[in-house]
Design a protein. Structure first.
Length: 426
């Protein structure tokens, strides 16, 4: 067994919502290269700009001044000896794990891996993925032997996009390593930047599983209140009124109904389900929760159509305004947003839909989902207004001025608007 690095030189692979804050923090203590395959992302960071809004320009500028390197050149990784992998782990059209970014990152690291180096994965996966899928790629690309020539670690990311309170350093970090010595090394690196402290897991599979169940638990809990919305809509009572009443008991868990999108909660349960099914177990609770949450876009669109009919409006060619397309408020992240499900269903019903979002990047939306964001909201008025994302800007709107002259209906997906302004809410 070779010795672990005594003077870490860090490479962070992937400069998105997870990798970029990690690179900034580590650069306060170690030499760091932040690598991304997208040259445009590297260029904007080198201009001290961040389209994810996770870092202020002055933070990035300070990091650059102290020596942080942002690069899209693989050669800049050669001198590094600790590699953090923070690439996306999406699902494919069949809702199965797509490990392509993870495997490609492992191949690239393997090509520059040297004796004694450490590779630490933060990308969310299923238990066993690091050792079963990534390590063989590292070995093949490098010609080195796992736990003899190089080591691995796993520490699940806990970044909450758009959250300025619960940030990288203030959230306790789960750590792990492929040997006891590697685990201590990995834990020590994180302890140097995480003020909230760390939790050293017994092994990498435990650390991987901890991340998978964090998001699966939240997904199942939200699916329960979403199912309540489907039931109480038929009963004819307001779900949030019911939840408010039930919440007066001390041990009631206060979850709210809503769209479950983004890169974590709506994706990670499929990774855990995939692993379970590969071992011969069908995870009924996890997958039933996913089905409920994936159906909410259709429910909302159908409810809006029923409201239009009740208001005496012709559904076909009615004008609808969809407020928001990001997966959460006050954040530019559009990954796996379920707002597009509402849009798709409304169009299928024959409505003309304008989608407006001051936070989202129009080019990214068109590239990812194939439609153009509206540059502004029409003065002609809308027959239906759907508040899908509670950006601060939307809470200040005068909805009466956005409604059609002969009235219009308002559906509040987030349950944040005054009750007298809305016709229905989730």
């Amino acid at each position: 067994m070779v010795q672990l690095p005594s003077s870490p030189k860090i490479a962070v692979i992937g400069l998105g919502y997870v990798g970029m804050p990690l690179a900034l923090e580590f650069s306060k203590h170690y030499p760091v290269v932040g690598f991304d395959i997208k040259a445009s992302r590297v260029e904007e960071l080198n201009r001290s700009e961040d389209s994810t809004k996770e870092a202020e320009p002055k933070e990035i500028k300070s990091a650059l001044e102290r020596g942080l390197i942002f690069s899209a050149n693989k050669d800049d990784l050669i001198s590094c000896n600790v590699y953090f992998v923070t690439v996306p782990t999406p699902i494919n059209n069949f809702k199965a794990p797509d490990l392509t970014p993870l495997i490609k990152a492992s191949e690239m690291i393997g090509a520059v891996l040297n004796s004694g180096d450490v590779v630490i994965y933060e990308s969310t996966t299923y238990p066993g993925c690091t050792e079963e899928d990534c390590v063989p790629v590292l070995e093949k690309s490098s010609g080195l032997k796992f736990n003899q020539d190089f080591y691995c670690g796993y520490s699940p990311e806990r970044i909450n996009p758009g959250d300025k309170v619960n940030t990288l350093t203030t959230i306790r970090k789960v750590t792990s390593g492929s040997t006891p010595e590697a685990a201590q090394f990995v834990d020590g690196l994180y302890r140097s930047i995480i003020t909230a402290g760390t939790h050293l897991a017994p092994n990498m599979k435990v650390a991987e599983a901890s991340k998978a169940i964090e998001n699966a638990q939240r997904d199942v809990n939200i699916s329960f209140v979403n199912e309540l919305s489907l039931i109480f809509d038929r009963v004819g009572i307001d779900t949030r009124d019911v939840l408010e009443a039930a919440g007066t008991k001390w041990n009631f868990l206060k979850y709210s109904p809503g769209l479950v999108g983004g890169h974590c909660i709506s994706v990670d349960p499929y990774y855990l389900a995939h692993k379970a099914e590969s071992l011969g177990y069908h995870p009924a609770v996890i997958l039933s929760g996913r089905r409920v949450n994936d159906s909410m876009g259709l429910f909302i669109a159908s409810k809006v159509v029923k409201l239009l009919i009740a208001a005496g409006k012709t559904v076909k060619n009615s004008r609808a305004l969809l407020l928001g397309v990001t997966f959460k408020e006050n954040c530019p992240d559009i990954r796996n947003t379920k707002v597009v499900d509402i849009r798709h269903e409304l169009i299928q019903f024959g409505l003309d839909v304008d989608t407006f979002d001051p936070w989202a990047d129009g080019h990214e939306v068109h590239e990812e989902y194939g439609f153009q964001l509206s540059a502004s909201m029409s003065d002609a008025g809308y027959d239906a207004i759907i508040l899908a994302v509670s950006h601060d800007e939307f809470l200040k709107l005068d909805l009466s001025k956005l409604k059609a002259q002969k009235g219009g209906v308002v559906f509040d997906v987030k349950g944040v608007l005054p009750r007298h302004l809305v016709d229905a809410r989730l």
